[in-house]
Write a protein that binds this ligand. Structure first.
Ligand code: ADP
Ligand code: ADP
Ligand code: ZN
Length: 215
């Protein structure tokens, strides 16, 4: 099963992707995680992405699309994949359709996590991310068992530099202008399922599982 997981920054995409991986054994493809890894390793995509990410802007479409294309080409997905954070623009969505034709896969579900904007700032300011595996925790809503240590892999938890107040403002604004129009795009194609992301993590996951029944 191949799934697109959409939603504003902090909506719970990474959290729910981790649940889906556990339940269905599919691969988690997070463009944010791939960019951060590239940045750490200073590969060409990392060097390009650094300044855009830091200030909360989107990395230009051509680089992002090339990177995703490479990732889909070089890996195998016997149990399908979850695209978390891609596509984020209409151009990326159209390109994904031509990549799907070329590599002969289909998207089985487009899930949109819906959370009020006023809740997102709190989710983002309290988020702690694992340097090693990208798992996310929250100081208040989902604290790790041990302070600053990832439950999943023992890696160190840190606060992302693009989680500053200014960068978060830009990211939410970028979402409104460039990514939210995708909801209409997929709605018109009749492919989207809206999930209420403003519930407990377990409740959100139950709603997701229900929506995937029979797919
Ligand atoms: P969030 O968890 O807030 O949704 P991500 O970790 O998915 O954020 O993304 C972090 C940053 O990486 C984005 O602010 C953007 O700069 C860059 N990025 C991730 N995915 C994309 C994409 N599909 N297109 C362009 N830039 C992206
Ligand atoms: P995204 O990948 O969409 O940016 P994350 O999954 O990283 O979002 O979640 C953002 C923050 O909010 C994290 O700190 C996470 O622990 C927390 N979070 C995720 N889902 C919920 C929820 N349903 N209720 C409260 N906090 C949540
Ligand atoms: Zn970890």
């Amino acid at each position: 099963m191949n799934i697109i997981l959409m939603g504003p920054p902090g909506a719970g995409k990474g959290t729910q992707a981790a649940n889906l991986v556990k339940e269905y054994g599919c691969a988690h493809i997070s463009t944010g995680d791939i960019f951060r890894k590239a940045l750490k390793e200073q590969t060409k995509y990392g060097v390009i992405a650094k300044y855009f990410i830091q200030f909360g802007h989107l990395v230009p479409d051509d680089y992002t699309i090339a990177m995703v294309r490479e990732h889909l080409k070089e890996n195998e997905f016997p149990n399908g994949f979850i695209l978390d954070g891609f596509p984020r623009t209409i151009i990326q969505a159209r390109e994904l359709e031509s990549i799907a034709k070329e590599f002969k896969f289909q998207i089985d579900a487009v899930l949109n996590l819906d959370v009020d904007f006023d809740k997102l700032t709190k989710r983002l300011s309290g988020r702690r991310t694992c340097r090693e595996c990208g798992a996310t925790f929250h100081d208040e809503f989902n604290p790790p068992k041990q302070v600053s240590v990832c439950d999943a892999c023992g890696g160190e938890l840190y606060q992302r530099p693009d989680e500053s107040e200014e960068a978060v403002k830009v990211r939410l604004d970028t979402y409104t202008k460039q990514t939210r129009p995708l909801i209409d795009y997929y709605t018109m194609k009749g492919e989207i399922t809206n999930i209420n992301g403003d519930q407990s993590m377990e409740e959100v996951f139950n709603e997701i599982k229900k929506s995937l029944e029979g797919k």
